[in-house]
Design a protein around this ligand. Structure first.
Ligand code: ADP
Ligand code: ZN
Ligand code: MG
Length: 496
């Protein structure tokens, strides 16, 4: 990108709430796999004479998100009608709360340590303008020369999160979306799956000459349905707008669509074609006074520890690396599993090593096993206490890493403890010093060159990388059954 212009991005994000019923009727809010138009009723199909009723859970979850994002909860807000005519909206209007939103302000903090030259002004606290609650529309399915309508989605509770134009790079926008997805999932209010359209977003982007205060005219990009397409669409617009500005052209406010296959944005409509929605308060619903409807203090207590806090704890208290912490925190189930395993670590001496070992087991063997067997951490058979026990045995050298792998698989398949597996399989560690001395002596006799190297290193530096090579040889000779701690002792003794 040219460094003549500064990039300005703001996001409008939609997140479906996964309440049991829809926003204003009793219809099942989960229509996955159901026949089109089978999860509908006169209210969500917009029949004349029907009356909407507010879903209290959807209100509660809106405030829960507000508390998690540090937003101000409105003293009072209205549902209102937003009029527009489109076949996916049978009433001819959408019930929303856009002009008197329930949540105002708020922020999401990101630790972005990326290339400074690409993100010259990136800030860590990204602010939210407002969040409103509304109903989703139905879905149109275009089939050849005609279109079909499916109203199963009509009336699904939908949050719209509108950010301020705080982002200065596509990467920042993507990281924000990913963190928001985690927060929605931790709160348990949305499955926030972008592929399924539970989480969607429009990207607004403009450029301005560096040093200029006023923002440029923004272009809104619609039809973004993955994190990667969000980043690519914004990158494309930066290139397109930079070229236009370089050629002396002016950028007009317009809405563009993202074509994921072609990797380009395409003009959809200009500002002149903007709608006049003629908002007015929904006459069939009362204004909402949050403090009257909910005990907000109590609601605040329901907020679980959020990803940012967990990440900090994992790095600062548990001594994990940032990448490890990120992966564990990425899935609340995995994070909980990790923390419950760590809870078993009671001794303070060496506990950091065991914690790291637990983390490594989860990030390595556990994730690989879950992937290969199409399982989820929630139904994974090794419980937290048994994982901790395995980590402890590996750390003390009671079992070698090679035997550890075998024991791990058997534990994951049966749900049994390491001790049960070890005794069932008749796994025996060779810890008998005499037996190991014999094996090690043979290795030493057969590898005089390496022995010489070892002694030279020790003389020069006090230690030698050859020691690990010898441990490896001993493990090989015992088919992994030697106790690594004892092997180390024997080697040091015999190598002199
Ligand atoms: P509108 O009135 O068209 O809805 P808003 O001011 O409400 O516009 O902003 C809609 C979204 O566009 C917000 O996410 C906001 O952060 C973003 N936005 C507003 N102005 C700009 C701009 N000049 N460049 C990039 N994004 C912008
Ligand atoms: Zn309904
Ligand atoms: Mg607006």
């Amino acid at each position: 990108m040219s460094d003549k212009y500064e990039v300005v991005i703001g996001l409008e994000i939609h997140s479906q709430l996964n309440t049991k019923s829809k926003m204003f009727c009793g219809c099942d809010n989960n229509a996955e796999g159901k026949e089109p138009n089978s999860v509908t009723c006169p209210v969500c199909m917009g029949m004349p004479g029907t009356l909407p009723v507010i879903n209290k859970k959807a209100l509660e979850w809106t405030f829960l998100l507000g508390l998690a994002l540090g937003a101000k909860i409105a003293d009072q807000f209205n549902f209102e009608r937003k009029q527009y005519f489109y076949p996916d909206l049978p009433k001819g209007y959408q019930i929303t709360s856009q002009t008197t939103p329930p949540l105002i302000g708020g922020h999401l903090d990101l630790e972005i340590d990326v290339d400074e030259s690409r993100h010259p002004t990136s800030r860590n606290s990204l602010t939210i303008e407002h969040v409103h609650l509304e109903e989703d529309a139905g879905k149109l399915i275009h089939a050849g020369d005609h279109s079909l309508v499916d109203l199963n989605r009509a009336g699904t509770p939908l949050l719209e999160i509108v950010t301020n134009p705080d982002f200065r790079s596509p990467l920042e926008a993507k990281l924000f979306m990913q963190e928001l997805q985690r927060i929605l999932r931790y709160l348990g209010i949305s499955s926030a799956d972008m592929e399924k359209g539970h989480l969607r977003c429009d990207g607004n982007i403009s450029l301005r000459p560096v040093g200029q205060k006023e923002f440029g005219k923004k272009v809104e990009i619609k039809n973004i349905n993955s994190f990667s397409s969000l980043e690519r669409a914004l990158e494309f617009e930066i290139k397109r707008q930079t070229e236009m500005l370089d050629n002396g052209e002016t950028i007009e406010q317009e809405t563009r669509g993202w074509d994921d296959a072609k990797n380009i944005t395409v003009s959809q409509r200009s500002k002149e074609m903007a709608h006049d929605y003629r908002y007015f308060p929904e006459p069939d619903l009362p204004p909402v006074v949050p403090v009257k409807a909910f005990d907000l203090e109590n609601l605040k207590k329901q907020i679980p520890e959020l990803p940012a806090q967990k990440r900090k704890k994992y790095v600062e208290e548990f001594g994990l690396g940032k990448t490890e912490a990120d992966i564990l925190v990425g899935d609340m189930g995995l994070a909980n599993y990790f923390e419950e395993s760590v809870d078993m670590v009671k001794t303070s001496e060496g506990s950091q090593n065991i914690i790291k070992r637990i983390a490594n087991l989860i990030l390595g063997d556990v994730l690989a096993y879950l992937n290969a067997n199409n399982q989820n951490i929630l139904n994974f058979k090794i419980n937290e206490a048994n994982l901790w026990d395995l980590a402890t045995k590996l750390e003390s050298g009671e079992i070698s890493s090679k035997i550890g792998k075998e024991v791990f698989i058997a534990m994951a398949e049966t749900g049994k403890s390491a001790d049960e597996i070890i005794s069932e399989k008749g796994i025996k560690q060779v810890s008998d010093t005499g037996e190991l001395e014999k094996i090690v002596s043979e290795i030493i006799a057969a590898n005089q060159g390496q022995v010489e190297q070892y002694r030279k290193d020790v003389e020069a530096n006090g230690s030698s990388p050859m020691l690990n090579w010898f441990v490896g040889q001993a493990m090989k000779a015992t088919k992994g059954q030697a106790n690594p701690g004892v092997v180390m002792e024997v080697l040091k003794k015999l190598l002199g």
